[in-house]
Each structure stands twice: as structure tokens, then as C-alpha cells.
Design a protein around this ligand. Structure first.
Ligand code: AMP
Length: 444
């Protein structure tokens, strides 16, 4: 590794071109499936008032207690009001739904977003301080068919990326807030006198957010939980019926799932349906995506009571699975033509040639420096160019140019004015990088 004075901050990564191909590929799959399902794209600021996350996600969740990246705006006129970098996208999108009056739109409002999120966690494999999510939200309507449909869209995305069969989709129903209140009381009762046997972290959780004990990774906790009351004993009949309908709809769609009564997710705002995509071999650690229904979040954030449902997938963990599965992200970064030149006249003349080739959709590099033709050819080879066009002093005089096939090592002299046409024909129209303006606007 080269010596560097400055390095990426802990838990962050440079996304280098090789990996960017994966990000682009995932974004394409997400955009495609979202558009098919009527979702529209939204972008919210990377930071928000910290209160939005504290209220929404819950004060005693890991995300808020330990992982919120705080940003203080002490330079601004607003004083020292504190902001936080978004740890996820749902709360921001709900804030926007309220602020922008989206209640006036036909409901449900279906939105998707792709962007970076921040959690100040201890970095480890698959867990970063800056990572990227693709996120789908369906706001304004409760219906079991929406739960099944959002899961189906997520399934399609993972299938398109060819990793669906590496994952299981775990699903549960966590009932209403009242159901969970009663359950929490029962759980606390059960643990009276047993606190000492809990690992320290879980002892704290028993105090602040007991329901999180259910997905504790601690063995001691899991052993104790074997005799504890279970959440499903407290789920009311309506929620059970709702869950049954969601599962029926998933069956109808041919969507595979694993019922998991211990799945609670790490965020407070969920009610009813929760689901997560787990590694088929290693389970809940480093889940690739997850989501659920959040019917009280918008009200919590100051809006009219409005139901909602969302899903977020993690790009880095998705990429990890794609690589494990040997999925190559297709890319268009190849260099088709290298234009080598010698002498000031040739150099000047080839600038417009390069520009014209690029406009025709040919990936072109050239007019680099003043090195000899031989060393420019070597460079063309290093860049992996398919063809090289050589323009020397002689060719300028005779109005010609030399076209060299790099793989075959063969070359021919052609008329300068025919060069673009010839190259376009050689590459084939299907290999030209042309795009419509619409594609351009969406490519991000
Ligand atoms: P969550 O809502 O916390 O389940 O996050 C949704 C998805 O985002 C997860 O399934 C992961 O794929 C991804 N994710 C969450 N936190 C991190 C992190 N610290 N580093 C990388 N990916 C993450």
C-alpha cells in the first residue's frame, strides 16, 4: 500500500471505479423495479434535525443511543442547534411527506431514494460508518396487499442482482404499540430476579428497550428467553389476521419467506409487519435489507395520523453477496480508441477528431503529451484500447491517418476524413455509447 499522509476516515471507503460498476448496476435494478411499481424518486438532505431521528427511530435504540453522527451548526446564525447525519432514509422521507403536503396527492404515495447513510458504530466487516441504502416507502394507506407487494419488489431487485437465492426473507408481525406495551411488562416481570444472569448490554436493554432482548446475539440471553413469555402470545386478533393475509398474498405471488417470531428489528417505529433479508448460511448478522410497517411514525413527527410501510437494502452488503456469487457487474468503461499524435499540427488536428469520435459514442482517449509514437502506442495498450489512430507529421501533410488494430497488430492507412465513419463501422452500432437525454437525466 502506498504511503499516504491522509486516509479515509475510520469506517468509510473510497468507492473506486471497479466497485462503482456494482453501485451503478444496483441503482439500475432499483430504478427499473421501482418505476415498474409506480415509485417516484426523492432526495432529502443528508442531515436533518437530530430530533427527527430521535423521535422516529426511538431514543433507546442502538441507532440513536450509540450510532447517531451529530453535526453542530455552531457557525450558523441559528446558534448551536444540533443536526445529525441521517442513519437511514425513512424518517427523512416522512418528514418530507409532512412538510411538502404530500397528503394532498393520491394515496398511497410511493417513493424511493438511493443515498449514503451514517452510523457511528464500531466499524467491522459489513458495518461501516458511511454506507449506502436503497429505500422504498409506501405512505398513506394500510393494506396487507401493499406489504406483500413491497416485499415482492424487494425480491425482484435481489433476484435481478442474482443474489435472492443466497438470502432468506424472515417475516414477523410485531402487533400494535399496545400489544408490545403489554408484552414488555410481561417480559420485565419474567426477568425480575434474573437480571444478574444477563450480559451487561442486555441488562441495560431490559431497562431501556426490553423488546430488543429478543434478537440479542448473546447466548445467555437466548437460553433465558426459552422460558420467557413470547411476543406472539400478546399479538391481538386483528394483527394476527393481518399477518395471515400478508402471508396469503405472498403465497399468491410465489414469494418465499421464513416465519420468524423473534424478529423485531432495531427501530422503534415499526408495528405489524416486519421483515429482513438474511444470509442463508449465517443468519441475522449483517442482514442485507429489512423493513416493515410504521403506522404511527408520521404522527410522531407531527403530521396527521398516516400509515406507512418501507424497505431499505444496504448496497455494500448487496455488493458483497454479488461478489461471493461471482456476479460481474457489467460496465461501459472500456477505451475503444486511443489517438496518438506527433508534432504540434497533428496534435491540434486530432482534438476535433477525438471530440467527433466521442460524440458518436466511441470511448476515446488521446492527445496526451508529446511522447514518441512508440511510447504512445504502449500507453494505448495499457489503457486497453481496441484500436489506435496515429497521426504523424507525414499523415497531416497527406490528409491520411493510420488505423491500428491493437489485438491483431495490423494497421492500414485511411483518409483522415473517413476515420470516424470507419471506426464507428468497425466497433458496430450496438457498441456505441449513445444515450437519449432522458437516460442522461436519470443516470446518477
Ligand atoms: P436497518 O434498517 O438498520 O436494518 O438497515 C437496513 C440495511 O442497511 C441493512 O440490512 C444493511 O444492509 C444496511 N446497513 C445498516 N447499517 C449498516 C452499516 N453500518 N454498514 C453497512 N450497511 C449497513
Amino acid at each position: 500500500m502506498a504511503e499516504a499522509k491522509y486516509r479515509t476516515p475510520k469506517g468509510t471507503n473510497d468507492v473506486l471505479p471497479e466497485d462503482h460498476q456494482y453501485y451503478t448496476y444496483i441503482k439500475k435494478a432499483v430504478r427499473h423495479r421501482c418505476r415498474q411499481a409506480g415509485f417516484k424518486r426523492i432526495e432529502t438532505p443528508t442531515f436533518e434535525k437530530r430530533e427527527i431521528f430521535e423521535r422516529g427511530i426511538g431514543e433507546h435504540t442502538d441507532i440513536v443511543e450509540k450510532e447517531l453522527f451529530l453535526v453542530s451548526s455552531h457557525h450558523s446564525e441559528e446558534g448551536s442547534e444540533e443536526y445529525a447525519l441521517r442513519p437511514e432514509l425513512t424518517a427523512s422521507i416522512c418528514r418530507s411527506y409532512i412538510e411538502q403536503g404530500m397528503k394532498q396527492l393520491p394515496q398511497p404515495v410511493e417513493l424511493y431514494s438511493i443515498g449514503s447513510c451514517f452510523r457511528h458504530d464500531r466499524p467491522q466487516k459489513g458495518r461501516y460508518r458511511e454506507f449506502h441504502q436503497f429505500d422504498l416507502e409506501v405512505i398513506g394507506l394500510t393494506d396487507a396487499s401493499l406489504d406483500a407487494q413491497i416485499i415482492h419488489v424487494a425480491n425482484k431487485i435481489f433476484a435481478d442482482l442474482r443474489i435472492r437465492d443466497r438470502l432468506t426473507m424472515q417475516i414477523n408481525n410485531v402487533g400494535t404499540a399496545d400489544n408490545r406495551k403489554e408484552y414488555i411488562a410481561a417480559l420485565k416481570d419474567f426477568f425480575i430476579g434474573k437480571e444478574r444472569n444477563l450480559p451487561e448490554l442486555d441488562r441495560k436493554r431490559l431497562d431501556t428497550n426490553p423488546i430488543r432482548l429478543l434478537d440479542s446475539k448473546e447466548e445467555d440471553t437466548q437460553i433465558l428467553l426459552k422460558n420467557a413469555p413470547t411476543l406472539d402470545q400478546f399479538i391481538d386478533e386483528d394483527s394476527k389476521a393481518y399477518h395471515k393475509t400478508v402471508l396469503e398474498y405472498l403465497d399468491e405471488l410465489g414469494a418465499e419467506y421464513v416465519e420468524n417470531p423473534s424478529l423485531v428489528r432495531g427501530l422503534d417505529y415499526y408495528n405489524q409487519t416486519v421483515f429482513e433479508y438474511w444470509d442463508i448460511d449465517t443468519g441475522g448478522k449483517n442482514a442485507v435489507g429489512g423493513g416493515g410497517r410504521y403506522d404511527s411514525l408520521i404522527e410522531l413527527l407531527g403530521g396527521q395520523p398516516t400509515p406507512g410501510l418501507g424497505f431499505a437494502g444496504g448496497m455494500e452488503r448487496t455488493i458483497w453477496h454479488m461478489k461471493q456469487a461471482g456476479v460481474q457487474a457489467p460496465h461501459k468503461d472500456q477505451i475503444d480508441i486511443f489517438v496518438a499524435q506527433l508534432g504540434p499540427k497533428a496534435k491540434k488536428k486530432c482534438l476535433s477528431l477525438i471530440s467527433e469520435l466521442r460524440d458518436q459514442g466511441v470511448h476515446t482517449l488521446g492527445a496526451l503529451g508529446e511522447a514518441s509514437l512508440k511510447s504512445q502506442m504502449r500507453l494505448a495498450d495499457k489503457f486497453g484500447a481496441k484500436y489506435t489512430l496515429l497521426l504523424g507529421q507525414m499523415e497531416v501533410k497527406t490528409g491520411t491517418i493510420i488505423l491500428r488494430d491493437m489485438a491483431l497488430g495490423k494497421q492500414e492507412e485511411i483518409k483522415f476524413e473517413d476515420a470516424v465513419k470507419k471506426v464507428v463501422k468497425l466497433l458496430g452500432p450496438e457498441n456505441l455509447d449513445t444515450y437519449t437525454l432522458n437516460d442522461h437525466f436519470e443516470e446518477k
